[in-house]
Ligand binder design. Structure first.
Ligand code: KIV
Length: 269
């Protein structure tokens, strides 16, 4: 008896192959019901550790645990059928050593059945990314503004606003790509820098507050539906205005990303 499902989910290699293809569309989801809503529109569903802010009211993502990510990751897998589901590795679950990262990633893959993990950090995490990829764990990188480092950064400030500060961020992008990540989130980075990175590295870039020239875009679902009460980041657009349902809202986000109409200059640094 075949154990293959009739429905084929997108895989990390499918997303990697989109470097020069149609823009990649990604949204967050933390539950089965929102996963079912976005699944028919998105290439990738991110179970982001932003669930700490959105679902639990934490001020930062630092308190989020591996168990929380696994619980919500499993729910998202149950609610979706088509999109690649990527689960964030939370603060403290991967930084101590490559081995710690591997054990945490294995728990995420085995207990949620998701297709990939995401972790924050560029050059400093390159060895860990290579270790995971060599052992069968697809990794999405995350560079630029890395919210898990808020206590050392001091504020959620956009990165690379002056050209003189670009080099470390470019090095991060190169390091993550060379380590074998299949794509990389570029968060709150000046638009010309994100463009340069996208043109230079071999893997797709997925921007959030990084301009329209990335290979794809991601937003936190609750931000674009305008149902998260906190202060809005500059790069957030309320897509709910003018839509009569959540499905219509998600569809208009996808349409604007694919047409290169979102983000515009007002959402960029
Ligand atoms: O946790 C999250 O939702 C994220 C996105 C903002 C990229 O990492």
């Amino acid at each position: 008896m075949s154990v293959q499902s009739a429905i084929k989910r997108k895989t990390a290699p499918d997303i990697r192959a989109r470097k020069h293809g149609e823009p990649i569309v990604m949204l967050t989801s933390y539950h089965a019901h929102t996963a079912a809503l976005v699944d028919r529109y998105c290439d990738v569903i991110l179970v982001g550790d932003s669930l700490g802010n959105v679902m639990h009211g934490f001020e930062t993502t630092v308190p989020v645990t591996l168990d929380m990510m696994i619980l919500q990751g499993h729910a998202v897998m149950r609610g979706s059928q088509h999109a690649l589901v990527v689960v964030d590795m939370p603060f403290g679950s991967y930084e101590a050593s490559k081995e710690q990262a591997f054990h945490s990633a294995v728990r995420i893959l085995k207990e949620t059945h998701c297709g990939a993990v995401k972790l924050e950090g560029g050059a400093r995490m390159a060895e860990t990314i290579a270790f995971l990829v060599e052992r069968g764990v697809p990794v999405m990188g995350h560079i630029g503004l890395t919210p898990q480092s808020i206590n050392t950064l001091g504020s959620f400030r956009a990165q690379g606003r002056e050209e003189g500060s670009w080099e470390p961020i470019e090095n991060d992008a190169r390091a993550v790509a060379q380590a074998g990540a299949f794509s990389v989130v570029v968060e709150a980075v000046a638009e010309p820098l994100a463009r340069k990175i996208t043109e230079t590295i071999a893997i797709p870039t997925i921007g959030i507050g990084a301009g329209k020239d990335c290979s794809g875009q991601v937003l936190v679902l609750h931000d674009m539906l305008d149902i998260y009460p906190g202060r809005k980041a500059r790069f957030v657009k309320n897509f709910m205005a003018g839509s009569s349902s959540i499905a219509e809202t998600v569809a208009s986000y996808v349409k604007e990303v694919k047409a290169g109409k979102f983000p515009t200059a007002e959402h960029c640094f």
